[in-house]
Write a protein that binds this ligand. Structure first.
Ligand code: AMP
Length: 223
C-alpha cells in the first residue's frame, strides 16, 4: 500500500483522535493508520486485551471497563508512556481514546516533548448524544471474527455468534456520554488554542468521514 506519510518525507507524525463514545474513532483511526503508515494505539483496546489475557493490569481494570468507568489517570498514563517509548523511533502514531481529559493531554505533551516531538493534529469526530445512544446500544461484535454489526443498520447473519460489549448497555452508555461532556469536552480548548483541533461531522458514512479526515490531514499537516 502507498504510504502517504512516507511519500512526503516527514520523519514523524502524531495524531490524537478525539470524539464521544460511538463516534467511530476506532474505525477511522485504523483506516488512517493504514493509509498514512502510522501505528494505531487504542488505550481501550489495550485494556480489553489485558482483560482477556487476565494480566495483572487486566484484573485491575476489568470492573472499570465493564462499568464504563474511566481508568485512573496514573495507570493510563503509565501505559501510554511505555507505548510512546516504543513508538518514537517509528514513523508516528494515531492515538484513539487517549487523551480523554486535560491532565492526560498535558502528560502526553510532556512525554512527547522528552523526545522532541509533539501532537501535529487533533481530529475531533462529532456526534449528537441521541445518535451515540442509537449507535452504541445496537452495536454487536462477532465473537469469532471480531466483526462489528449494528442490529438495525448492519444486522449480523442469523448464524453469527455475536455479543454486546458490557459498556454498550444503555445505562452505561449514558454514563460514558456524561463522562465525555465532563472530562473530554473541557480538554478541547487545549488543542483549539494551539490551532490543532479540527472538527469532522461523524454523522456520515464511514467512507465520507475517512475522506473528510484525510482531506483535513493533507491540508493541515502536509501543507
Ligand atoms: P474505548 O474503547 O476508547 O471506548 O475505551 C473503553 C474503556 O477503556 C473506557 O470506558 C475506559 O474504561 C477505558 N479507557 C480507555 N481509554 C482511557 C483513557 N484515556 N482514560 C481512562 N480510561 C480509558
Amino acid at each position: 500500500m502507498t504510504s502517504l506519510y512516507l511519500s512526503v518525507n516527514s520523519d514523524f507524525m502524531f495524531l490524537v483522535m478525539i470524539g464521544p463514545p460511538g463516534a467511530g474513532k476506532g474505525t477511522q483511526a485504523k483506516r488512517l493508520a493504514e493509509t498514512l503508515g502510522l501505528s494505531h494505539v487504542s488505550t481501550g483496546e489495550i485494556f480489553r486485551q489485558n482483560i482477556s489475557r487476565k494480566t495483572e493490569l487486566g484484573l485491575r481494570v476489568k470492573e472499570l471497563l465493564e462499568d464504563g468507568t474511566l481508568v485512573p489517570d496514573d495507570l493510563t498514563i503509565e501505559l501510554v508512556q511505555d507505548k510512546i517509548d516504543q513508538l518514537v523511533n517509528g514513523s508516528g502514531a494515531i492515538f484513539d481514546g487517549f487523551p480523554r481529559n486535560l491532565e492526560q493531554a498535558k502528560a502526553l505533551d510532556d512525554m512527547l516533548l522528552l523526545h522532541d516531538k509533539g501532537v501535529d493534529l487533533a481530529p475531533l469526530i462529532n456526534l449528537s448524544d441521541s445518535n451515540i445512544i442509537e449507535r452504541l446500544t445496537g452495536r454487536r461484535t462477532d465473537k469469532d471474527t471480531g466483526k462489528i454489526y449494528h442490529l438495525i443498520y448492519d444486522p449480523p447473519p442469523d448464524n453469527a455468534n455475536v455479543e454486546q460489549r458490557s459498556d454498550d448497555k444503555r445505562d452505561t452508555v449514558l454514563r460514558r456520554i456524561e463522562d465525555y461532556h465532563q472530562s473530554t469536552v473541557p480538554m478541547l480548548a487545549y488543542y483549539d488554542d494551539r490551532d490543532l483541533l479540527c472538527e469532522i461531522d461523524g454523522d456520515n458514512t464511514i467512507d465520507q468521514v475517512t475522506t473528510a479526515l484525510l482531506e483535513v490531514i493533507r491540508g493541515r499537516v502536509f501543507a
